[in-house]
Design a protein around this ligand. Structure first.
Ligand code: HEM
Length: 204
């Protein structure tokens, strides 16, 4: 079986194993500790990835998933602050000024609060194409989420971003390897799992 989403939008074809079982526990309280918040630093993301056996290179590579799709304005509100004059300005001076203006326009609701329904492409210019433009955008100060933008502020992750921006082939090869690792984390077999009848709850 091949992972379809990346492939159907122009990305690499990645073989994935079939038949993994769902877990026997389904608790909302288990989720938060296992996912990265958009406010995380590179170091905090590296710790989360490392706890799952994934590297800093995997972090940069898999963040490239943001080459497709969009994010709601509420998920990157932290990229902006209100200055002494009451104007909304980027919290991070490395954000491209034109890009900041575009985001502010796209997200401003009528009453001047951040729109909760509006969404913006994660990879401006080619959000429906799985390509390496996401990495060039990061280098140009056009990363959307805070967790995307910080990848160019750490020397190690920046070097990988630069390599992927130069070579789409190296991003695609890295993606295939990292995605395969991602899909093989914590695989449950035999009595450790089940096939759920409803995805969000255990059979019982
Ligand atoms: C590194 C930590 C990550 C964080 C903090 C993060 C966060 C987010 C957030 C906040 C959104 C917007 C959701 C919304 O507003 O509806 C998003 C969208 C998305 N993310 Fe991530 N993400 C991360 C890693 C990944 C990875 C590893 C992949 C793929 C392997 C991925 C693929 C996507 C895709 C495809 C979308 C667009 C979804 C859509 O258009 O409906 N993300 N992510």
């Amino acid at each position: 079986m091949h992972s379809p989403a990346a492939n159907q939008t122009g990305g690499p074809s990645v073989p994935v194993s079939l038949g993994r079982l769902d877990g026997l526990v389904s608790l909302a309280s288990n989720v938060r500790a296992n996912i990265i918040d958009t406010g995380f630093s590179v170091d905090a993301m590296a710790r989360s990835f490392s706890a799952k056996g994934l590297t800093l290179d995997d972090l940069v590579t898999l963040s490239g998933g943001h080459t497709i799709g969009s994010a709601h304005c509420t998920t990157f509100g932290e990229r902006f602050r209100v200055d002494a004059n009451g104007s909304t300005v980027p919290a991070d001076t490395a954000m491209n000024a034109d890009y900041a203006g575009e985001l502010i326009r796209a997200c401003s609701a009528v009453n001047n609060t951040v729109s909760s329904t509006a969404a913006v492409d994660c990879d401006e210019g080619s959000a429906s194409r799985f390509d390496n433009a996401y990495f060039a955008n990061l280098l140009a100060g056009r990363g959307l989420l805070r967790t995307d933008a910080v990848l160019v502020q750490n020397a190690t992750t920046r070097a990988t971003v630069e390599a992927f921006a130069r070579s789409e082939g190296s991003f695609f090869a890295g993606w295939a390897a990292s995605f395969a690792r991602l899909t093989s984390l914590g695989v449950k077999t035999g009595a450790d799992g089940e096939v759920r009848r409803t995805c969000s709850r255990v059979n019982g």
